[in-house]
Design a protein around this ligand. Structure first.
Ligand SMILES: *[C@@H]1O[C@H](CO)[C@@H](O)[C@H](O)[C@H]1NC(C)=O
Ligand SMILES: *[C@@H]1O[C@H](CO)[C@@H](O)[C@H](O)[C@H]1NC(C)=O
Ligand SMILES: *[C@@H]1O[C@H](CO)[C@@H](O)[C@H](O)[C@H]1NC(C)=O
Ligand SMILES: *[C@@H]1O[C@H](CO)[C@@H](O)[C@H](O)[C@H]1NC(C)=O
Ligand SMILES: *[C@@H]1O[C@H](CO)[C@@H](O)[C@H](O)[C@H]1NC(C)=O
Ligand SMILES: *[C@@H]1O[C@H](CO)[C@@H](O)[C@H](O)[C@H]1NC(C)=O
Ligand SMILES: *[C@@H]1O[C@H](CO)[C@@H](O)[C@H](O)[C@H]1NC(C)=O
Ligand SMILES: *[C@@H]1O[C@H](CO)[C@@H](O)[C@H](O)[C@H]1NC(C)=O
Ligand SMILES: *[C@@H]1O[C@H](CO)[C@@H](O)[C@H](O)[C@H]1NC(C)=O
Length: 447
């Protein structure tokens, strides 16, 4: 009898917990939309949010060639390392140049951070990144002007993709958290549909490394060329968005810290040696794309790292549980969001040694971070995947693309989705009622 009660309680709690986690059950009409979209159920769905810098495009190219992932949408954050006019169009242009012009929808996103850190990215750097693909002194590619962004904005696309995906969706954030923070603020029920959040950046340094926890008001604009390591632009360009996302209740957050990213330099000697050793001949455009960054922005090779690309590969390593991956050591840490002008940041994010320094701190967020890497494993995996040209996530016909299906299916069932049309809402099949039915059934018929 005791065992039966425990069993009953467990079943009940599992269902109630399910009800709480997936707190907003879909209405009947919304379920029709979900079925109509006809999502591929065999691969891990993913949304990539990007500031469209060149290292983001390397990362996107890599992920599109990973067989276990289905990229449902790419959304652009327009407050980072590209100017608003270029952020979305550069992603579209790049996708077209690698043969993925129809397979993945690109939603254009927020142009301003929730709170600006006051940090200004050098206009010279932005100019070089914006025109990286087309400039005659860089890759000299022509643009297909008929490319179109998604009919949904970045924030709508994030909310609707999470809502209608049949299974939780992983999110890879390669720029600031602005789009995701806004999406979560507008509809908190999407949080439960986020699988794991992967972030490129973050500064997980000990609290003791912050020399001051008060903003230094004499410093207003921090110049790019005075940035010191391991500062993380993706975090501090919108630290408020990052704080909101991190404390929203997402089940698991994984980050590739800025400091670890700096252990992966773009070493052209190593790159060409690896290509030779692996007998890989990349297409000229692709080879230029991954090897010309220093030349195109008038910098030196030693300034160049693989940056966001390493966050993408870390994600794949974690998703596939690959113990042979390039990240040789991970660590579980707790992070705090603090106001600080230290390390060229008005607002800071850090703290690993909380146990000693802040035993009672609230607002700490758990992260899994990568702390050690192997650059030869990294490079071999990157080159193998981009050379494969499989473009798994680009296989959809335009009409079957996730955002296009989403739009069609929403139009088809549109009248039913209106909140006033309660008749079609299937209240009695919500997890709460299902659990009551089950409880009654088990109690009366099995007892
Ligand atoms: C750039 O491309 C155009 C047309 O494809 C070509 O005529 C021109 O010579 C190229 N410029 C450079 C610097 O390669
Ligand atoms: C913290 O400070 C120490 C001493 O200044 C330095 O060696 C270390 O690299 C710093 N750690 C981080 C993560 O910034
Ligand atoms: C604030 O920054 C200025 C300029 O770098 C520096 O001279 C000053 O010492 C800093 N003040 C504090 C309290 O750290
Ligand atoms: C670049 O790679 C080559 C070959 O792997 C290596 O010998 C060299 O030390 C590397 N250079 C730097 C700056 O890491
Ligand atoms: C390298 O690849 C080419 C075709 O891409 C092939 O013809 C050649 O035999 C390969 N060489 C080695 C040493 O594997
Ligand atoms: C490149 O940088 C050097 C040194 O910083 C500068 O003298 C030169 O004018 C720059 N060239 C361009 C095209 O910006
Ligand atoms: C990953 O590996 C761990 C330990 O080896 C195991 O417990 C876990 O179930 C694995 N996860 C997946 C998704 O394979
Ligand atoms: C943490 O909280 C406990 C219990 O409230 C208290 O005894 C302890 O002094 C606190 N520690 C610090 C460092 O504040
Ligand atoms: C974070 O991890 C610690 C253990 O490292 C755990 O005690 C705590 O409950 C976790 N917090 C959340 C919000 O998951």
């Amino acid at each position: 009898m005791v065992n039966q009660n425990i069993l009953l309680t467990t079943v009940f709690l599992v269902i109630v917990n399910n009800c709480r986690v997936y707190s907003r059950a879909l209405t009947y009409a919304e379920q029709q939309i979900q079925l109509c979209i006809n999502q591929d159920g065999t691969r891990q769905p993913l949304i990539i949010d990007t500031d469209s810098d060149v290292d983001d495009l390397w990362a996107i190219h890599y992920v599109l060639n990973v067989p276990t992932i289905d990229v449902l949408a790419i959304t652009t954050a327009i407050d980072g390392y590209t100017k608003p006019l270029y952020s979305g169009s550069n992603v579209l242009t790049f996708l077209d140049l690698i043969g993925c012009s129809n397979g993945v929808g690109v939603g254009f996103g927020a142009t301003l951070p929730l709170i600006s850190a006051g940090f200004q990215i050098s206009p010279a750097l932005l100019d070089a990144l914006d025109t990286y693909i087309t400039s005659p002194t860089c890759l000299n590619q022509s643009v297909n002007i008929f490319l179109q962004p998604s009919a949904f904005s970045a924030i709508e696309l994030i909310k609707l993709t999470l809502k209608y995906s049949k299974v939780p969706v992983d999110i890879l954030v390669l720029g600031t958290m602005t789009n995701l923070a806004t999406a979560i603020s507008e509809d908190r029920s999407i949080v439960s549909k986020i699988g794991t959040l992967y972030f490129s950046g973050g500064q997980f340094k000990p609290l003791s490394n912050f020399s001051s926890l008060m903003p230094n008001l004499t410093i207003f604009n921090y110049l790019y060329d005075t940035e010191t390591l391991p500062a993380s632009p993706n975090a501090y360009l919108d630290i408020f968005a990052m704080q909101r996302v991190a404390t929203s209740g997402i089940k698991k957050i994984v980050a590739m810290p800025g400091s670890t990213q700096h252990t992966l330099p773009v070493n052209l000697t190593q790159l060409f040696e690896t290509l030779k050793r692996m007998n890989i001949t990349l297409k000229p455009f692709i080879l230029n794309f991954i090897s010309s960054l220093a030349k195109c922005q008038n910098a030196t090779e030693s300034d160049m790292k693989w940056w966001d690309n390493s966050a993408a590969q870390f994600m794949v390593q974690m998703q596939t549980n690959n113990s042979q991956g390039f990240c040789r050591q991970t660590k579980n840490v707790q992070s705090l969001y603090i106001m600080s002008a230290d390390a060229h940041q008005f607002y800071g994010q850090g703290v690993i040694d909380t146990d000693m320094l802040l035993p009672n701190a609230s607002g700490l967020v758990n992260y899994t971070i990568c702390t050690q890497t192997d650059s030869s494993i990294f490079l071999a995996e990157f080159l193998t995947k981009i050379n494969s040209e499989k473009l798994y996530s680009c296989q959809h016909q335009y009409s079957q693309r996730f955002d296009i299906r989403l739009q069609q299916c929403m139009l088809k069932y549109d009248s039913a989705v209106q909140p006033t049309n309660m008749a079609k809402t299937n209240h009695f099949l919500t997890p709460f009622f299902l659990s009551v039915y089950l409880f009654l059934y088990v109690t009366y018929f099995l007892a």
